[in-house]
Design a protein around this ligand. Structure first.
Ligand SMILES: *[C@@H]1O[C@H](CO)[C@@H](O)[C@H](O)[C@H]1NC(C)=O
Ligand SMILES: *[C@@H]1O[C@H](CO)[C@@H](O)[C@H](O)[C@H]1NC(C)=O
Ligand SMILES: *[C@@H]1O[C@H](CO)[C@@H](O)[C@H](O)[C@H]1NC(C)=O
Ligand SMILES: *[C@@H]1O[C@H](CO)[C@@H](O)[C@H](O)[C@H]1NC(C)=O
Ligand SMILES: *[C@@H]1O[C@H](CO)[C@@H](O)[C@H](O)[C@H]1NC(C)=O
Ligand SMILES: *[C@@H]1O[C@H](CO)[C@@H](O)[C@H](O)[C@H]1NC(C)=O
Ligand SMILES: *[C@@H]1O[C@H](CO)[C@@H](O)[C@H](O)[C@H]1NC(C)=O
Ligand SMILES: CC(=O)N[C@H]1CO[C@H](CO)[C@@H](O)[C@@H]1O
Length: 674
């Protein structure tokens, strides 16, 4: 990294840079002083004479790759006629530099740097393993003021407040900076950025699904402190912005069927009652979970572990007294080296844990219902380099499920965990669970019947939900089966919101017989219980008389009715672009509290909020927007419609704008209901 300084003094002999933080000193790497010489160095601070024309001396200051990042003041000393005068020359901000070989986060590939450092537009995957959706995310790492906020974030950490000089002197280490940031993006145990909430009730804040980018979140934090509310993709998107802004290559990862193992035994233990309802236990499999990866070397672990490092700022489990995670080497996870810093066991479980379901009967007896080794950690995804598509990185996290290598790695991880390498003794709950397993847990007969639960395709909010339970009796004897089914609306991390269905049935299956049992959840039953995630979990517990229990479950993600955007996709000089935004009430009920938010960086200066009148049954609205974009290039126009029945129905429309000489104006806005 080079900076050029122009001075209009000729006899200038000495240059000095120091961080604007507390007590800069050469010994802590926060100050550099050097004579102006005739040649520079690439490994240490140096200043050299570039040119001197007409009394103007141009000096180049070379910054070494291990410089502490932050805001520096540049000073100069000029000696003239035996007198030395100090001058303030200016300021500069030093960032990590993935373009320079030798930097700990050097990334050699041009296209990858363009994506992971420079791209301000992202795509974050959400949904469930059988219905993956992409959500646009505006990182905006180069927007005005963002770099100041990122530096302020570092200065707000408990580490800085405890010992500013020491904290600042470590800011040349991406491992250190990454760990601080993963703690600062959540607001637990510090005044960090985002307050999490998974309750489904987001009054008093912005619903996590409403955000579309990091910049409004970071700005709101600077103004008013912690921002309500975030969920994992909001944490992931915001952390990615801060990393890219500071020059650390970063990307957002989504892991489907992501395990949350609270007791570090690599088992997700779920307890259910005879109706299939979850009984209080903290382990869960989330439909999906989002975290970040940052690219740098691991001088603490060895070069084998260089490359992508996992950082997760969603507050899940505290480590070393604070809610943060990582950096965890992706290679270490793939190889089962869970004893290496940091937080290996948690990440390993997210992609690799086994799932065991126990049933707790009304009399307190516990029995094993099912054990599954392959379902956790599927379709681990991220945005492709250079395009808005999905790439699957599951194989970067684990060897194929069922392979010899996968089993060997799992056994190694389990061995490392039980051999008390981490804390000297196994975690308390793990010991408890082990005892429980040996002493109390009945191993009932395996059920002979098999079954699946299948929702009707393409279900939308507003439809009655029909799920079909298909049961098969492969044996040669008649089976009587008692079926108990529950339906529960959930948040994407399987937090229960409300039970909307509870039904029991008995059926008889002749030898070799297969039966389909349809199950209906009426719109009126779930309308007031569904959250913005539109998810309903259905569980069926099928008890064979004098036999085992079969549990089948599924999570149904209802689609929102579509919000349509129609209009020009390219616009030329001095012409407005016109986009129609159309939404139809799919019927059954009047829709009230209708709010449309339109936005897009480079298209509209500010998001536009439009209150729309109520929509009666089968009515629709069309809002026509005419505008002239203020930045050329491909821009994404975004619309977000919310009402009392549907939250955050989103749509995107690309507009390519060729040349713009016009001042950005909102020309016209017409809404009509018909
Ligand atoms: C949602 O939360 C607010 C604030 O805590 C509370 O007043 C309100 O009753 C809650 N609404 C529901 C439906 O629980
Ligand atoms: C989530 O937000 C709602 C509404 O403000 C509030 O009532 C609830 O207590 C919050 N939940 C948590 C766990 O903070
Ligand atoms: C981690 O475990 C391996 C054995 O797999 C051992 O060789 C290594 O020393 C351990 N490292 C640490 C930091 O405990
Ligand atoms: C917008 O353009 C991107 C490519 O830049 C493309 O991948 C995406 O599908 C487009 N979106 C729409 C809604 O057309
Ligand atoms: C959902 O995730 C958040 C954050 O980890 C947590 O506070 C909440 O308890 C979770 N719910 C469940 C049931 O895991
Ligand atoms: C609903 O659940 C309760 C137990 O919480 C049970 O007693 C009741 O019989 C169930 N109702 C039906 C219709 O299955
Ligand atoms: C919808 O609203 C109209 C008038 O605004 C009212 O007459 C009608 O009963 C409402 N329908 C429902 C299903 O609430
Ligand atoms: C609701 C919300 O946060 N909207 C934001 C979407 O993204 C644009 C561009 O960053 C912001 O300007 C909006 O405020």
């Amino acid at each position: 990294m080079l900076i050029f300084v122009q001075l209009i003094y000729y006899y200038f002999t000495f240059c000095q840079l120091f961080l604007t933080g507390p007590t800069p000193s050469i010994s802590t790497n926060t100050k550099a002083a050097m004579p102006v010489s005739t040649s520079g160095s690439s490994t240490s601070w140096s200043a050299f004479r570039q040119s001197s024309i007409g009394g103007t001396l141009t000096v180049t200051i070379a910054i070494p790759v291990n410089a502490v990042i932050g805001r520096y003041k540049i000073g100069a000393q000029v000696t003239q006629a035996g007198r030395t005068t100090p001058y303030q020359v200016g300021e500069c901000i030093v960032l990590f530099n993935p373009w320079v070989p030798g930097d700990e986060l050097f990334m050699s590939n041009d296209a990858e740097r363009a994506e992971y450092v420079l791209n301000e537009q992202g795509l974050i995957f959400i949904g469930s393993a059988d219905s993956i959706a992409g959500r646009r995310w505006d990182y905006g790492q180069f927007e005005e003021g963002v770099v100041d906020i990122c530096l302020l974030l570092l200065d707000s950490s408990p580490e800085y407040r405890r010992n500013p000089a020491t904290d600042v002197s470590k800011r040349n280490d991406p491992i250190y900076v990454g760990r601080i940031l993963s703690a600062m993006i959540n607001s637990q145990d510090d005044r960090g950025v985002l307050v999490g909430n998974w309750s489904g009730n987001y009054t008093g804040g912005t619903s996590p699904t409403t955000w579309n980018g990091s910049v409004p979140i970071l700005r709101s934090w600077r103004q008013n402190g912690p921002v309500k509310f975030g969920q994992c993709w909001v944490y992931g998107g915001t952390l990615c912005t801060v990393l890219r802004c500071l020059g650390i290559p970063a990307r957002v990862i989504t892991n489907f069927e992501s395990a949350y193992d609270t007791n570090r035994n690599l088992l997700i233990e779920e307890y259910i009652d005879p109706y299939g309802r979850n009984v209080d236990f903290p382990d869960k499999v989330w439909n999906f979970h989002v975290w970040d990866e940052a690219w740098f070397t691991r001088k603490d672990l060895g070069s084998f572990y260089d490359g992508w490092q996992i950082l997760d700022s969603t507050p899940q489990e505290p480590t070393e007294g604070s809610f943060r995670l990582g950096p965890t080497s992706q290679k270490a996870i793939k190889e089962g080296d869970v004893n290496l810093s940091f937080d290996g066991p948690f990440v390993f479980a997210e992609v690799n844990a086994d799932r065991v379901v126990y049933m707790r009967n009304n009399d307190g007896r516990i029995s094993t219902l099912s054990t599954e080794t392959r379902s956790v950690g599927q379709f681990t995804s991220t945005k492709a380099v250079g395009s808005f598509s999905r790439i699957d990185v599951t194989d970067q996290y684990k060897y194929p499920e069922g392979s010899k290598e996968n089993k060997a790695v799992f056994d190694k991880a389990r061995r490392l965990l039980s051999v008390s390498v981490l804390s000297g003794k196994p975690p308390r709950r793990m010991a408890m669970a082990a005892v429980a397993r040996d002493v109390n847990i009945a191993q009932p007969p395996k059920p002979e019947i098999t079954g699946t639960l299948k929702p009707t395709d393409g279900l939308q909010v507003g439809d009655d939900v029909v799920v079909t339970l298909n049961l098969k009796n492969p044996s040669s004897v008649t089976k009587k089966v008692n079926i108990k089914m529950t339906g529960t609306t959930i948040v994407y991390n399987r937090t229960k919101v409300e039970e909307v269905l509870n039904e029991s049935k008995s059926i008889t299956l002749a030898p070799e017989e297969e039966k389909e049992i349809p199950l209906t959840i009426l719109y009126s039953q779930y309308v007031n219980a569904i959250t913005a995630d539109n998810m309903i979990q259905v569980v069926a517990v099928c008890e064979e008389e004098n036999g085992g229990n079969l549990m089948v479950d599924t999570v149904i993600t209802l689609k929102n009715p579509p919000l349509l955007l129609k209009g020009s996709d390219r616009a030329v000089v001095e012409k407005q672009a016109i986009v129609d935004v159309i939404f139809s009430n799919p019927g059954k009920e009047n829709i009230t509290n209708c709010l449309l938010i339109l936005e897009g960086s480079g298209l509209l200066k500010q998001p536009l909020k439009i209150d729309l009148p109520d929509l009666k049954i089968n009515q629709r609205f069309k809002t026509q927007v005419e505008f002239t974009p203020h930045r050329t290039g491909q821009r994404c126009f975004m619309a977000d419609f919310s009402s009392n029945k549907f939250s955050d129905v989103k749509a995107y429309h690309n507009i390519t704008w060729y040349l713009s000489r016009i001042v950005p104006t909102m020309q016209k806005l017409i809404s009509e209901i018909y």
